[in-house]
Ligand binder design. Structure first.
Ligand SMILES: [Zn+2]
Length: 199
């Protein structure tokens, strides 16, 4: 069954969002229809602000509303260690463990030949630029524990090996095939402190 006009448009828009099925889209649409105008207005304004104000950190690729993100600006963070992750949400996952005091590099995805994603589609060149001046001594590859994440880690470790820095990979124990963000803090924290050198 289809509704008409704006309500159906809204259901269609919501249905395109990740993790929202047709039933969920309908539920959210009717929830918004019944909500107070002021609440819906705030929601709409937030959507617009996200596109207008949020951008990616010039240095690490994390989300930020300024040129450089909070972590890159923080002088207390160790500039000699970089943790490479796929997405900004992974930065949050690692931060929650409180095991890491270095900086990050967000790739913006993982190598996936099936989806047509290669190194040039990720922020690999930016990473190499950061490594060039010799400040960074350790690179922690914290890509997701799945096929694409492993392929990306292998690619990067081979790429940076000639630069002579320590390259580590998170210890096993993470749920295989999943996303970094799905690991609980304790498990991820343990994987972090038990990281092993890639040879
Ligand atoms: Zn940053």
């Amino acid at each position: 069954m289809m509704f008409e006009g704006a309500i159906q448009d809204l259901i269609d828009e919501l249905g395109r969002l990740p993790g929202v099925g047709p039933k969920g889209a309908q539920r959210i649409a009717f929830y918004l229809l019944a909500a107070e105008p002021v609440d819906v207005e705030r929601f709409a304004a937030t959507l617009r602000r996200v596109k207008d104000e949020v951008r990616f950190c010039r240095i690490c690729g994390n989300v930020t509303e300024t040129d450089e993100c909070r972590i890159c600006r923080d002088p207390r963070r160790d500039p000699s260690v970089i943790c490479v992750v796929e997405e900004p949400k992974d930065v949050l996952a690692v931060e929650r463990t409180r095991e890491f005091r270095g900086r990050y590099h967000v790739l913006g995805g993982a190598i996936s030949p099936i989806d047509g994603v290669g190194p040039d589609d990720l922020r690999v060149r930016e990473l190499m630029t950061r490594l060039a001046d010799g400040t960074i001594t350790e690179l922690i590859l914290a890509t997701d524990p799945n096929l694409e994440g492993e392929a990306t880690a292998t690619y990067l470790s081979r790429l940076v090996k000639p630069m002579g820095l320590i390259v580590t990979r998170l210890a096993s124990g993470l749920p295989v095939g999943g996303d970094l963000e799905y690991a609980d803090e304790v498990t991820l924290g343990r994987a972090f402190s038990g990281r092993r050198q890639v040879d």
